[in-house]
Design a protein around this ligand. Structure first.
Ligand code: ZN
Length: 378
């Protein structure tokens, strides 16, 4: 199967129901991608992920490049083969982690020089290197290197990052067209990333100029970095309005469950976020009645499931009391069940969003979801 995207239906808000075909399966969109940082979604087996219906995982290039190394993964047949994952894989460029995790980073026209957060070793990530690493990994979708900046940023700083992001996208385009395709996944494609901070004209301009480079998909980056939710939506809408309707659009690093439908209404087809998995490991569970902290003493003798309306394996079988006990006793099973529940919750919302678009009912679904989730806490 080669890469292909079709929009099946668009609702008046701009929300799209679609189908993304990758060399490793077909993904119904809008889709949420669980984060599998080091080639694993922490706490879940691949069997569990398959059962949850996760068709596309995100893996982090920065982490895999540093450990165990992209060349080792290539020798072992690419990332799919290495981690024995049959579904779709998207890799980021490594840029975001370099900007957020690495030490002593220095951005120049050429790329980003940084020290590993693991052993202090020095590395240089350039647009060409990001393509080379991701080709070695052989993900289905790779991302080009962009410059992520802090929030808030001045217009001058945002302008500079947009110019650099565009220059790096041009160099990435040349590296993609000029080099040999991935040995393990020759059908791999790369998406470009539009930046522009919180400046509408920069968001529009960056998106338009990237479209001229003709990528098979586009991401909106540098959002949900501390700005108000309304501004995230506004800026995302500015960017998606300038992107071609027949290409998938990926909003990176979002979001809270009650916000997912808002992003879909901005014309977004793909999202990823660490919230469901990271929060699960901290005992923070999402439910249709608002968040639940499993550590709360009130749950010590509560025989009810975490969420009575949830169909996940944790809620079908285990009580709040048991889940709380596991967490308090630092038992591995606690994090495993919590992660299972939170991912089920996210993927279930995405299923409901797709159904709502199909039945032309997204605005009602969206406001009901917000009312429900924002209603309060357990
Ligand atoms: Zn559940």
């Amino acid at each position: 199967m080669s890469f292909h995207f079709e929009v099946l239906k668009t609702d008046p808000s701009g929300a799209r129901l679609g189908r993304l075909t990758t060399p490793h399966g077909v993904i119904e969109t809008p889709a949420f991608m669980p984060v599998g940082t080091a080639g694993t979604v922490k706490g879940l087996t691949h069997e569990a992920l398959e059962e949850l219906g996760a068709g596309l995982l995100l893996a982090n290039t920065y982490h895999l490049y540093l450990r165990p190394g992209h060349e080792l993964i290539a020798r072992l047949g690419g990332l799919h083969q290495f981690m024995a994952w049959r579904g779709g894989l998207l890799t980021d460029s490594g840029g975001y982690q370099v900007f957020s995790l690495a030490k002593l980073r220095k951005v120049t026209e050429e790329g980003v020089r940084f020290r590993s957060h693991l052993d202090g070793s020095e590395h240089m990530l350039t647009p060409e290197k990001a393509i080379e690493i991701q080709r070695a990994l052989g993900s289905d979708i790779g991302m080009v290197l962009d410059e992520c900046i802090e929030y808030p940023a001045t217009r001058e700083r945002a302008r500079e990052a947009v110019e650099r992001t565009l220059d790096w996208a041009r160099r990435s385009r040349a590296a993609i067209d000029g080099g040999a395709p991935s040995a393990s996944n020759p059908e791999q494609v790369f998406f470009a990333i539009a930046q522009g901070s919180t400046f509408a004209e920069l968001r529009r301009e960056n998106a338009q100029r990237l479209v001229e480079l003709d990528f098979p998909g586009y991401a909106v980056g540098g959002m949900a970095v501390g700005e108000p939710h309304e501004l995230t939506c506004e800026m995302t809408g500015e960017a998606t309005n300038c992107l071609p309707a027949d290409r998938p659009r990926y909003l990176m690093g979002v979001g809270k469950p009650e916000q997912l439908a808002d992003y879909v209404r901005c014309g977004i087809d793909m999202m990823d976020c660490v919230l469901p998995t990271r929060n699960a490991r901290n005992g923070y569970l999402f439910t249709r009645q608002g968040p639940l902290h499993i550590t709360n003493a009130r749950f010590a003798d509560d025989a009810r499931p975490v969420d009575e309306a949830c169909g996940c394996v944790a809620c079908r079988r285990y009580s709040r009391a048991y889940m709380r006990h596991l967490f308090q006793a630092h038992e591995m099973l606690g994090a495993i069940l919590n992660t299972h529940h939170n991912l089920y919750f996210y993927l279930d919302i995405m299923r409901s969003i797709r159904e709502a678009i199909a039945s032309e009912d997204l605005p009602r679904f969206s406001s009901e979801l917000q009312a429900q989730l924002g209603a309060g806490q357990h």
